[in-house]
Design a protein around this ligand. Structure first.
Ligand code: PHB
Length: 393
């Protein structure tokens, strides 16, 4: 009798499991990023963040298997961004879109989301206004207004009365310029000149000459992380500005950890403000760095896009759970509004109004560690910074 009962139990259990797996879906997630070309290392960091999250949290959510499809978008190219997103939705039938390194690409994808019934989780693109272009977009990176704003007071307190700003002439550069000017002038300083460079500028010596000639005591700069930032920081050093009296202020895009081995001494002492440092001291970050370091192969290549991707996958997992594996973009987005968790970067919340991430911004300085390697050493924390966003414009 007992044996029969047990057998029956097993049979019912098997039946139930059968019906659960019949209902479960394979949920596809399309990730767009620069996986080849000059910014390939940034895309490699997206992938490392995604793989680290899946290694630590499993490859399924409540019985729904997750399949990630990567699509390569090497540089800012809105037409190609739109075509890739469309193809992922229509042909590959992804239920979620993620990634996107450059602002112009994000701006080209958001108008498609409503009709596609597909949320987009931005892992990097950092212009404030992106969030106003669709109610179906959320962001786990930062904005340049958010990372820059604390620097205005920092520069003034450091004795800088006159500053010059140098930025790449597109969304995140203009946001950074506006944010710095607003915060620095509120503190009592004056921005004496603003320079906007074409995105593809590679010769920075004429710019450094203008910085010297401006009479400013401080330089604020933003360029998108990758070859442009490496070239800019080298030029700041090689043209003698670093050794001169012109102090350097920038968001951490300019001292990303994957650039530090190549910059070496040229970066030592540079102060930047940012939402994430690979050296951040917390149990969550230790776990993340270990998993993402393994995924990327060479841990010296790890930098901030990996944490944007890791937290972006956290949102996508929460969305899949809320929508129960079904395609319901509004339900998915609503489920992450107000969501708080401890990221490898520190405590974070998705602002329910803007769908952008609220987080600590850290002031850091490039220093040499006991192992002889350079890292972003934390100096100060500005807690719970929302995106000051459009208010800085
Ligand atoms: C952007 O295009 O929004 C962007 C790209 C690289 C960065 C920051 C912002 O480092």
């Amino acid at each position: 009798m007992k044996a029969t009962k047990t057998l029956l139990g097993v049979a019912i259990g098997a039946l139930l499991m059968g019906s659960v797996s019949a209902m479960a879906e394979t949920v596809k997630v399309g990730i767009i990023g620069p996986f080849s070309g000059p910014f390939a290392l940034q895309g490699k960091n997206f992938q490392a963040g995604v793989e680290a999250y899946m290694a630590l949290n499993g490859k399924s959510v409540e019985g729904n298997d997750i399949e990630v499809i990567y699509r390569d978008l090497p540089t800012a190219n809105p037409a190609q961004a739109r075509a890739l997103a469309q193809e992922l939705v229509v042909k590959d039938k992804v239920q979620y879109l993620g990634g996107v390194y450059f602002t112009p690409d994000a701006m080209a994808i958001t108008p498609l989301l409503k009709q596609a019934n597909t949320p987009l989780v931005i892992f990097n693109a950092a212009t404030s206004a992106i969030m106003n272009t669709s109610p179906l977009v959320a962001r786990t990176s930062f904005t340049t207004a958010q990372t820059t704003t604390p620097l205005g007071q920092v520069a003034f307190d450091d004795g800088v009365k006159m500053a010059i700003t140098v930025v790449s002439d597109y969304g995140p550069g203009i946001d950074a310029e506006n944010a710095f000017k607003k915060a620095f002038e509120a503190a009592g300083g004056e921005v004496v000149e603003t320079i906007r460079m074409p995105m593809n500028t590679t010769d920075f010596s004429p710019i450094m000459q203008r910085v010297k000639d401006s009479g400013a005591g401080g330089l604020f700069a933003f360029l998108p992380s990758g070859p442009p930032t490496l070239g800019f920081v080298k030029a700041y050093n090689e043209t003698g500005l670093k050794q001169g009296n012109i102090k350097f202020f920038a968001p951490g895009d300019l001292t990303q950890e994957s650039d530090l081995p190549a910059l070496g001494e040229a970066a030592e002492g540079l102060r930047t403000s940012f939402h994430y440092s690979v050296s951040h001291d917390s149990p969550e970050n230790t776990k993340f760095v270990e998993a993402a370091g393994k995924a990327i192969g060479n841990p010296e290549q790890l930098s901030f896009p990996a944490v944007g991707a890791y937290d972006g996958m956290h949102l996508i997992y929460k969305m899949i759970e809320a929508a129960d594996g079904k395609q319901d973009a509004q339900k998915a987005i609503d489920a992450v509004k107000g969501l708080s968790w401890t990221s490898p970067r520190g405590p974070v919340t998705i602002d329910p109004e803007t769908r952008h991430i609220t987080q600590n911004i850290y002031l850091r300085e490039v220093a040499k560690g006991p192992d002889g390697k350079y890292y972003n050493k934390k100096i100060k924390t500005f807690p719970n910074q929302k995106d000051p966003g459009l208010a800085t414009q």
